[in-house]
Design a protein around this ligand. Structure first.
Ligand code: SF4
Length: 289
């Protein structure tokens, strides 16, 4: 049933790209297997190639988010300007690129329109945008979507910089951070967006990094399921940028782990009582088979 969404019409079979044929072929499609992050590296994925830098924390996190989606074939991803947007054309899901900062307004309209158009179907709308789009330029629209209690998930890929414009500081850079275009160091503290999200009406708000894939998957799924049934959710993912922070590509995860350990980027999770009750029921049901 799931594969019907992507099934190739027989009259187009001879002209479809091999990649697409492999994506929908029996037993290789991520839409069939639903293996989550455990399946990474073992078959076709929703993103397989991308133009981001070697060792990019965004690329790794995006790959893990896509593998964690509870219902990929009925998920629409909304992005915004930034490094992650460059990878969106390679994502095998419906996705929309919005103008810089508009992503939560676009996602809100999309969610409402799809609810009217397909009342019998659940469509998950997941915003995946960078720290500039989420915490700086788009913060107004992000917060307004939380105030309105839109049933959408906002995932921030936080590389703590405007990375693809040469390395300016963002609201999410740490105080004192020195970047190519912030040579004297950032003068104010990192914005505490999970706490702002909690205070602004999010039923679920969290912060995580990609160093523990099962924990990461669980938090992505919680954020999406809570948004589907209860109210807006926010997940902040620390996705280090080796290019602007002058790390070797193999130091990305080391950096993520060390920032968790020294408490400069702790893992956080706030769940409203209603959302907690909902998640308890779901998770109990899963354990009881
Ligand atoms: S500049 Fe940084 S965030 Fe952007 S693609 Fe390269 S490593 Fe990733």
């Amino acid at each position: 049933m799931k594969k019907d969404v992507f099934k190739i019409s027989p009259c187009f079979e001879d002209i479809m790209p091999q990649e697409y044929i492999e994506l929908v072929r029996e037993n290789t499609s991520p839409f069939d297997n639903n293996q989550g992050v455990n399946g990474l590296g073992g078959g076709k994925e929703l993103i397989e190639e991308h133009p981001l830098c070697a060792g990019c924390g965004l690329a790794l996190s995006l790959r893990m988010i896509l593998a964690s989606l509870p219902n990929p074939e009925d998920t629409i991803v909304v992005g915004s300007t930034g490094c992650s947007a460059i990878a969106f054309p390679q994502v095998a899901l419906h996705n929309i690129h919005s103008l810089f900062g508009n992503q939560n307004a676009v996602a809100s309209g999309l969610k409402r329109a799809l609810k009217l158009r397909f009342p019998e179907k659940t469509k998950d709308i997941v915003v995946i945008a960078g720290d500039g789009a989420t915490a700086d330029i788009g913060l107004d629209m992000v917060m307004q979507s939380w105030f309105r209690e839109e049933n959408i998930t906002t995932i921030m890929l936080d590389n703590e910089a405007y990375a693809n414009t040469g390395g300016q500081e963002s609201g999410m850079s740490q105080k004192g951070a020195v970047l190519n275009m912030a040579p004297t160091g950032k003068k104010f503290s990192k914005v505490s967006l999970p706490e702002i999200a909690r205070e602004s009406g999010c039923a679920y708000a969290g912060a995580v990094n990609p160093s523990n894939i099962k924990r990461f998957e669980k938090m992505v799924q919680r954020a999406i399921l809570v948004a589907r049934e209860i109210g807006p959710s926010y997940l902040q993912v620390f996705a280090p940028c080796p290019t602007n922070y002058k790390l070797r590509p193999n130091e990305t995860l080391i950096k993520a782990k060390s920032r968790e350990k020294d408490n400069t980027y702790p893992v956080k999770e706030y769940i409203s009582p209603t959302a907690q009750e909902f998640l308890n029921k779901l998770e109990e049901g899963k354990h009881n088979g």
